[in-house]
Design a protein around this ligand. Structure first.
Ligand code: ADP
Ligand code: MG
Length: 270
């Protein structure tokens, strides 16, 4: 059976789906500041660290940064699979830059370096490499990353790295072997869970994008949603949608505290 929850609420679709385009993102002042700092870091050819608990919105911020960089001068490439050794990691960088990932590690590295220099010299395009879930990267790969920060031409840095990970990544980078990488990173952005007011603003934004014109979560329902989800947008998405499904089944137009509690029992986090 198709899910008709959104129809019951008069919406165009699932408000809490993952496909949200960069222009539609919810951006309150601290996220706006983080996006600006990331954009400035890439424009300044430097590197950045983006830290936060799972589901707080790290990748959304990086997406917003990409959308703000001029597409004619910056090419953003992402690597999601970082749990590999240095050689496979370099192959992935190679693929992300559109190069054939063949040959020895030294040959792949050489090709990456050459391509980045040529792309800059001929097209004035600056690559920005986003590495996701870097806390999962094995030490031997992490300790190799700083070689990518050394691509210079006339001491003009040619590659920006954006390292995304859980907060413990920072502690790991402070350890001896990784300090040389840490000292090369200019910007650190912390993505925090939302406050109650921000959770409410976030939910309103997502609902408005699918055509909602009224408050679906009444005030104690919203407070419960915020508290149970601990201000983590990905959890808010799951819990809010489950609560809406339950309310639709019961033909209730507004969502109370009790419905949110009931919905919580249906999530794996309960
Ligand atoms: N600024 C935002 N605007 C809209 N939705 C967001 C935003 N931040 C987070 N979300 C929601 O939370 C989910 C998780 O965000 P994501 O950036 O993938 O988190 P993380 O990378 O920190 O695990 C997204 O799929 C989206 O639904
Ligand atoms: Mg993520």
């Amino acid at each position: 059976m198709n899910d008709t929850t959104h129809i019951f609420f008069g919406l165009k679709g699932d408000p809490f789906g993952k496909q949200i385009c960069a222009d539609d993102l919810w951006v309150e002042p601290s996220r706006a500041d983080a996006i600006t700092r990331l954009v400035d870091t890439a424009l300044g050819r430097s590197h950045a660290l983006v830290l936060g608990d799972p589901g707080t919105g790290k990748n959304c911020l990086v997406r917003a940064m990409s959308a703000r960089l001029p597409a004619t001068d910056y090419r953003v490439a992402s690597i999601a699979h970082v749990t590999v050794g240095p050689r496979d990691f370099l192959r992935q960088v190679s693929l992300a830059l559109g190069l054939p990932p063949h040959g020895t590690a030294a040959a792949v590295f050489e090709a990456i370096q050459r391509s980045i220099r040529t792309t800059w010299a001929e097209h004035r395009i600056h690559p920005v490499l986003v590495l996701d879930e870097v806390h999962l990267m094995p030490d031997r790969t992490l300790s190799h990353l700083h070689v990518l920060t050394n691509f210079d031409l006339d001491s003009n840095p040619l590659l920006s790295l954006i390292l995304v990970g859980l907060p413990e990544l920072q502690d790991r980078l402070k350890l001896g072997v990784h300090r040389s990488l840490l000292t090369r990173i200019r910007t650190s952005v912390q993505v925090s869970p939302t406050t109650l007011a921000d959770t409410a603003a976030y939910v309103s934004r997502r609902l408005e994008l699918v055509g909602s014109r009224s408050d679906i979560f009444v005030s104690d329902g919203m407070t419960m949603l915020h508290e149970l989800a601990a201000g983590v947008p990905r959890v808010v998405d799951t819990l809010a949608w489950r609560a809406m499904q339950i309310a639709a089944q019961r033909e209730e137009r507004v969502i109370s505290r009790a419905t949110v509690r009931r919905a919580w029992q249906d999530t794996p986090l309960a």
